[in-house]
Design a protein around this ligand. Structure first.
Ligand code: C2E
Ligand code: MG
Ligand code: MG
Ligand code: MG
Length: 305
């Protein structure tokens, strides 16, 4: 009886595995064809420089317009692309397309491109970047590569060599999702990079201003959470300014967060409050609208009510 039941269970698990495996295989097959079928699209999200009061960069964010699946977000296919190695050609396409787009922008606007740790492990990365810059004519100073702290868990010789090569070329490297990874503080000293991007979880946990002028509503736990978020933002920003580099805050969604980042001395902000990721065709209008309206929106808030 027991054996029979076990067999039944086993068959059940097998069927379940079959299905998820089939799903994965299907996704992989579609993903393999996506590049040659030109199904990827790049969106660009503005980064707003607070001291300069204008947009100074756009971050490139990939979307997959699949005929059968619809719009697929990077979180739903980048991990598979990394596991299968497809991220290498996809990442190169992103880099090439973003740089070719950015040469058309005003010279003070840089382009940020996310680079997977799988791409970074590839010893050819620095030479691919050099070739793309030469071919597109984009000045190296206008390119920022965004890496995450997981990169630092890999073979540190290759990582260090690539970072130094990029640095020598004049390309900037940002540490994405800063504060959520591993040993960020010690690695910060060992690996040269140019910009920490404070993870949006810290920015999102900042207290909202209470309507009655008191501290944020809620018990001790929320207070602890908002207080520590502010202290972490302050610590990272302080570290950045001490090192003489720009600190960016991700996930700025409210005018309150926007103003708090300015008060903390954070130099650059990114998030839905500033602007959503949009297609390349909207870059010019995003710049003129934001450069004209954000200082006013911020000033209006500072006036006594
Ligand atoms: P990321 O590099 O940290 O990019 C920021 C993500 O946060 C983007 O999601 C963006 O749309 C979203 N975001 C921006 N502002 C806000 C905000 O105010 N609130 C909230 N809640 N979210 C905000 P997206 O486009 O879905 O990308 C997710 C992740 O996928 C990226 O995180 C990045 O790690 C990865 N990714 C995107 N494009 C590429 C790519 O071309 N190559 C590689 N390797 N990874 C990519
Ligand atoms: Mg990023
Ligand atoms: Mg990020
Ligand atoms: Mg993030």
């Amino acid at each position: 009886y027991a054996a029979k039941e076990e067999r039944g269970m086993f068959a059940f698990f097998e069927a379940g595995m079959d299905e998820s495996l089939r799903e994965r295989r299907g996704l992989e097959a579609d993903l393999r064809l996506a590049l040659q079928r030109d199904e990827f699209e790049l969106y660009y999200q503005p980064l707003y420089n607070l001291p300069e009061d204008r947009v100074t960069a756009f971050e490139t964010l990939i979307r997959w317009n699949s005929p059968s699946r619809g719009r697929v977000m990077p979180g739903d296919f980048i991990p598979l692309a990394e596991q299968t190695g497809l991220i290498i050609p996809i990442g190169e396409w992103v880099l090439r397309t973003a740089c070719a787009e950015a040469v058309k922008w005003p010279a003070h606007i840089r382009v940020a491109v996310n680079v997977s740790s799988v791409q970074f492990k590839d010893k050819r990365l620095a030479s691919i970047v050099r070739e793309v810059l030469e071919r597109t004519g984009l000045a190296p100073e206008r390119l920022e590569l965004e890496i995450t702290e997981t990169i630092l868990l890999q073979d540190s010789e290759t990582v260090l060599t690539t970072l130094l090569d990029l640095h020598a070329m004049g390309v900037r490297v940002s540490m994405d999702d800063f504060g959520t990874g591993y040993s960020s503080l010690s690695y910060l000293r060992r690996f040269p990079f140019d910009k920490p991007k404070i993870d949006r979880s810290f920015v999102g946990d900042l207290a909202a201003p209470a309507a009655n002028g008191d501290m944020a509503a809620g018990g001790e736990a929320p207070w602890r959470l908002t207080r520590s978020a502010l202290l972490i933002v302050r610590a990272i920003t302080g570290l950045g300014s001490g090192l003489g580099i720009t600190t960016t805050a991700e996930g700025v969604e409210t005018v309150h967060q926007f103003e708090q980042m300015r008060l903390e001395g954070c130099k650059e902000v990114q998030g839905y409050f500033i602007g959503l990721p949009r297609p390349a065709s909207e870059i010019a209008s995003m710049c003129s609208v934001l450069d004209a309206s954000l200082p006013l929106r911020a000033a209006a808030r500072q006036e006594p009510s």
